[in-house]
Design a protein around this ligand. Structure first.
Ligand SMILES: [Zn+2]
Length: 174
């Protein structure tokens, strides 16, 4: 599945394997350093091999695929919006991804403003004046698309890396 050329995304939750069986002593936790080592070395190579815009697109698309699979397998899509958000907040905290808050939500227009504190991807990074949580943008879009069936644009407007010390995401319906 990883060595054959194809034109569609095939990743699904089962590809993550049986972690309890495979890591009976180490379990499913690891250090943030190693997650970031993977995330930023991969991004570095994508920027060099392609260009920054394509690297961003790849991160957004993979985040979106991950968000859809995460929603299908870890969240309860039957809940109403408030229940769904509470479920999502708990799962993101339980898995040490970040602390999610909904600052604004217009459910008729399907527009939202979300924040993530202590974000896994960027909290503590050097200030670079760039919003860098592109994978998270895609991840949020994927979760909301899977939950609502609508398509979304998600844009990070504040990030730890811009000096904001929190990530803020503007969500609009496509
Ligand atoms: Zn960020």
């Amino acid at each position: 599945m990883f060595k054959e050329k194809r034109d569609e995304l095939l990743f699904c939750w089962n590809d993550l394997g049986n972690i309890q069986e495979g890591r009976p002593n180490l379990g499913d936790s690891m250090s943030v350093i190693f997650y970031r080592l993977m995330q930023y070395s991969l991004r570095d190579v994508l920027i060099k091999r392609f260009d920054p815009e394509i690297a961003e697109e790849i991160y957004y698309e993979s985040g979106k695929k991950a968000g859809k699979e995460f929603c299908k397998n870890m969240l309860n899509k039957e809940l109403d919006f408030n229940g769904f958000v509470a479920d999502l907040q708990k799962k993101l905290k339980d898995h040490y991804v970040g602390i999610l808050k909904v600052e604004k939500a217009d459910l008729e227009k399907l527009e939202m403003q979300l924040t993530v504190a202590e974000d896994l991807d960027c909290s503590g990074l050097p200030i670079s004046e760039e919003t860098i949580c592109t994978y998270d943008e895609g991840f949020i879009a994927g979760i909301l698309e899977e939950y609502t069936g609508a398509a979304f644009n998600v844009k990070e407007t504040d990030c730890w890396a811009t000096g904001a010390r929190i990530c803020r995401f503007k969500v609009t319906k496509k």
